[in-house]
Design a protein around this ligand. Structure first.
Ligand code: SAM
Length: 248
């Protein structure tokens, strides 16, 4: 948490402009390829009236999209600097909702408070899944939904240590033992779980898996991130979306 806070606080200025762009979008666009919501259906069909929590909300643009769809979002983030950006955008766009400084691994809110928990590259990769997934289950009401977007397992196995070198077309690290990942280029700590382990963790936390969407970017899509090429991502999934439901 300490290391990831330092990392995200440091990047706050650089991420202000992309944050503002996302706040301005009418149609949500997901992940590093900006795949539109109508193609991917990350949100549940109708979120109107939903109590929703965004885990690792960054500039909270996902929460802004939820609020515009009639949900009542709350965002939590571990970086005070990113939350400052979020507050600035709330004022700029005239959209207020609660923002909490804290960790998605231990959220200071009561059990069964939410209908939807969502994370796009937030808690979903920056928190230990053995902590944040049971925590999401605790926060959700019975039948509530958890949706999260992560780098694909395959991409993590093919990604070189250097973060500016794109993924290879071969396996560069073992899958067994995958969980905590540290890159030599910075102080951040990420978490990635192989599918079998993820399914077992979700089920033991009280979830049933509704979908696992392997994201393929549209033809001509671009990304500002250097770690995967469009050609690679057209052949293999570079991102995946899990949609799970708390078993009633
Ligand atoms: C890449 S941003 C995710 C948001 C955005 N949806 C996106 O796609 O870029 C990652 C965010 O996760 C936050 N984060 C990292 N560790 C966290 C933790 N333990 N609890 C809550 N947020 C955390 C960071 O502060 C950062 O704002």
């Amino acid at each position: 948490m300490r290391r990831n806070r330092a990392y995200w606080d440091r990047l706050a200025a650089e991420y202000e402009a992309p944050g503002r762009r996302s706040w301005s979008e009418e149609e949500p666009r997901w992940g590093i390829w900006g795949v539109p919501e109508f193609q991917i259906k990350f949100f549940p069909d109708d979120v109107s009236g939903f109590d929703a929590i965004e885990l690792g909300c960054w500039t909270a643009y996902v929460s802004s999209w939820l609020a515009r769809r009639g949900a009542k979002p709350v965002g939590i983030d571990n970086s005070p600097a990113q939350l400052e950006n979020a507050r600035r955008f709330q004022a700029e766009f005239g959209l207020e909702f609660p923002l909490i400084f804290g960790s998605a691994e231990a959220v200071p809110l009561p059990d069964a408070s939410f209908d939807l928990a969502i994370s796009e590259y937030g808690a979903s990769i920056w928190c230990d899944p053995y902590r944040w997934i049971p925590e999401a289950a605790r926060l959700l009401r019975s039948g509530g939904r958890l949706a999260f977007l992560v780098n694909s397992v395959l991409l993590m196995l093919c990604a070189p240590d250097e973060d500016d070198v794109p993924a290879a077309d071969r396996l560069l690290r073992p899958q067994f033992g995958l969980r905590r990942m540290e890159w030599p280029s910075d102080e951040s700590v990420e978490f990635h779980l192989a599918h079998g382990e993820m399914i077992r963790l979700l089920r033991s936390s009280g979830f049933e898996v509704e979908d696992l969407i392997e994201v393929q970017p549209p033809r001509g899509a671009t990304t500002r991130y250097p770690y995967v090429s469009h050609e690679w991502a057209r052949k293999w999934p570079s991102e995946e979306i899990w949609k799970v439901r708390k078993i009633p």
